[in-house]
Design a protein around this ligand. Structure first.
Ligand SMILES: *Cc1c(COP(=O)(O)O)cnc(C)c1O
Length: 473
């Protein structure tokens, strides 16, 4: 006979209330201790594959292990070996510094395990997602007829925006469709083009000006030429904060070109978009609301834990039209379409590639409601101001030289003695544990790059890192 018992719950995977509480409190205590000790902890610790193999024996034993033992094992062998992207002196890549209400939001969302693909299964949580999206729509200057969804990140949002553009502008066949980017465009756009089946000869790279901004005249010329060749220009992807330099393309002028030429304008504002909450950022992002679609990453400058991305589409109908499918086994979940997409009950599965979706809106709602928008605005503005002060500091440095001025929290520069020495500066900083930065290329030149958008970073943190980089190697 089969040894599997079907007679009782005594061997289910449930725990007693006391056990669950003890384990939960232990996790919260460890998280709080980590945040409390962050300033004195290394910003980064790496390891080789061989070292990690030694620390972690791969096995899934048949017998149980006490939770505390597992937490200890993780704390010793796994968790120290990472970049702490929320460390006050982590200025590499794009930092992410969630606040405590957002972290608890993700914990709650996991515990509640909401299925947020259909309204039937998540009326309340879906309404909350619509509320969060309505905030974003207002912030970027979108009308009520816009629609969107929360996603895993900017890469997923770019892909989803590009599918929407392709469907709306090219219809069922897209072999002759052409899309336009610049040298500063994020790699996720090229990856999305690959996923969507666009050959590389259907992607045009438009030249940028001295400020790394796409040239509208060059764009128009390329579109006209492609049309003369019998191709169908359909999509322009512009930057609302380029990851390398923070540069913002001339959005209003690009919108002008796109409107004139019938191309869809998608603005990738994954990291930079929430700068719109600060005065300086709003000025830099002028014209954002004219885009046909926008990518935002709340897990960057809206202080959310991973993963939280967002796509907004100005004519929300286009998003639903691109993704709506109703299979038999979901027929119970069908909803009436309203006059505006967000007026009606929404099946979020009908707006993107995921059916099973987590309740990402919860952490964002908790963060913004808990702190209030004024405090969030202040924290975004501080990142912009710190980068401007860093620019000024670098300009006055006897050894460092500016390569690109502060733009939406990013500043690029180089040392006095070439690429290898600068790479060594980065390595020494990481190894010291004091902080972390990363490099990029600016106009073909190797560049040290600071990205400052952690609400926790103060001027002393920036100063400490810059003076570390000024040391001779
Ligand atoms: C970070 C970033 C992305 C990718 O977003 P993920 O959340 O990492 O998937 C895309 N575009 C820009 C401009 C970014 O800064």
């Amino acid at each position: 006979m089969d040894e599997t018992s079907v007679t009782g719950p005594e061997r289910s995977l449930d725990l007693t209330a006391a056990e669950m509480r003890a384990m939960g409190y232990a996790v919260v205590d460890r998280l709080v201790d980590r945040i409390e000790g962050l300033d004195g902890a290394p910003a980064w610790r790496g390891a080789t594959r061989a070292e990690m193999r030694e620390r972690l024996a791969p096995m899934a034993p048949g017998e149980p292990t006490p939770f505390e033992t597992l937490l200890e094992e993780l704390a010793g062998a796994v968790l120290p070996y990472r970049g702490s992207v929320d460390h006050p002196r982590f200025f590499a890549f794009v930092p992410s510094c969630p606040t405590w209400p957002g972290i608890l939001g993700d914990l709650l969302a996991a515990g509640l395990n909401v299925f947020q693909g259909t309204w039937l299964e998540s009326a309340g949580p879906s309404a909350l997602e619509l509320e969060v999206l309505s905030w974003f729509k207002e912030w970027v200057g979108y009308p009520e007829s816009a629609a969107g969804l929360l996603m895993s990140g900017g890469s997923a949002a770019n892909l989803t925006g590009m599918v929407t553009a392709r469907t709306e502008r090219l219809g069922a066949s897209w072999d002759d469709g052409v899309l336009y980017v610049s040298r500063q465009t994020h790699s996720s756009v090229e990856r999305a083009a690959r996923i969507l089946g666009f050959r590389s000869d259907r992607i045009r790279t438009i030249a940028v000006d001295d400020g790394f901004r796409m040239r509208p005249a060059g764009l128009r010329r390329a579109i006209v030429e492609d049309r003369a060749r019998g191709l169908r220009p359909f999509l322009v992807v512009a930057n609302g904060g380029a990851t390398s330099t923070g540069a913002v393309d001339p959005l209003a002028e690009l919108a002008e070109v796109c409107e004139g030429e019938g191309a869809w304008l998608h603005v990738d504002a994954a990291y930079g978009g929430f700068a719109i909450l600060a005065d300086r950022g709003r000025a830099a992002l002028a014209g954002l609301g004219r885009a046909d679609s926008i990518t935002l990453d709340p897990h960057k400058w809206l202080f959310q834990p991973f993963e939280a991305g967002c796509l907004l589409v100005r004519r929300g109908r286009d998003l639903v039209d691109a993704f709506h499918i109703m299979p038999d086994y979901l027929q119970d979940t069908e909803v009436e379409r309203g006059a505006l997409p967000d007026d009606a009950e929404v099946n979020f599965a009908d707006r993107g590639p995921q059916l099973t979706r987590s309740f990402r809106a919860l952490k964002i709602w908790l963060t913004v409601r808990f702190w209030g928008l004024d405090r969030i605005r202040e924290s975004v503005a501080r990142g912009i101001a710190l980068a401007e002060r860093a620019e000024d500091r670098i300009r006055r440095s006897p050894t460092l030289e500016l390569l690109s001025p502060a733009a939406l929290g990013i500043v690029c520069f180089h040392g006095p003695d070439g690429e290898a020495a600068d790479a060594e500066r980065i390595r020494r900083l990481s190894e010291s544990g004091v902080g972390m930065i990363s490099s990029t290329r600016v106009g073909g030149r190797y560049a040290l790059r600071l990205c400052i958008l952690n609400h926790r970073s103060r001027w002393e943190d920036v100063e400490t890192v810059i003076s570390h980089l000024e040391r001779p190697v």
